[in-house]
Design a protein around this ligand. Sequence first.
Ligand code: SAM
Length: 274
Amino acid sequence: MKADIVTIFPDFFRGPLDYGITRRAQEMGLAKIEVHDLRQFTHDRHRTVDDRPFGGGEGMVLKPEPIFECLEPLQLASRDQRRNGAAGESVILLSAQGGRFNQKIAAELANLDRLVLICGRYEGVDERVSDFLADLELSIGDYVLSGGELGAAVILEAVTRLLPGAVGNEASTRQESFTAHNAAGKVADRREVTKNDGPDSTCGSGGLLDYPHYTRPAEFRGMSVPEVLIKGNHQQIRRWRREQALKKTLRNRPDLLESARLSDEDKRLFEHMK
Ligand code: SAM
């Protein structure tokens, strides 16, 4: 996958994308990430990227010209081809007003060949970028940040780890929080999970939160690892993990339970919990 980030702070990305799996994916040639300095696409002495809003109001707005000019040399497919999925490309505008980014969108983006992430600043970006250039607007949560850079890093981190080969043990990306997988073993929307796609032997999350993890030492300052994990009975471990995942989801994210397809065993465990 090729990813292009458009920003007025290119140095921001020295660091966030240079560690762990994102770095490994780049070294392995699975991901190529290029950062474009928006100021290089300006034509005045001050390299101006922003201007006052028409109609008055607070703050400054990122101008459209440098953003359009920055994307032109990238030779992307037409917006229509991108939007109907034919191109394997997507231009994303980071915006607090965008649709909320989640694991399902991460999995969809991981199937593309190319992503362009446009980072806003100031009061935001001239709306013509959203109307005529970007394919979608994405928000990383219901709060307002000062710029889209953190959002772009978050999206790239979540997407990169789903690229085949990026994570050593691919099964681990299937059994994480929010992730459900369909009959073909592909990461799927949790609504796609059928009755037969319940927790597997490693206790796939099936769209719930992940189960709790423990490592050595088994005893630490009087805090013990749950006995069931030490005894080594795999069936009991699997049941316990599923029960804990259900409990945690009920406690922290009950909204996920509404759309999760629970197996009959899950429902029994759930009843047992009440
Ligand atoms: N005036 C805008 C509003 O109220 O929606 C907020 C603009 S914000 C200060 C500047 C830039 O930060 C945005 O253009 C966007 O690129 C980025 N940004 C802020 N919050 C974000 C979020 N939750 N998710 C993604 N990007 C965000």
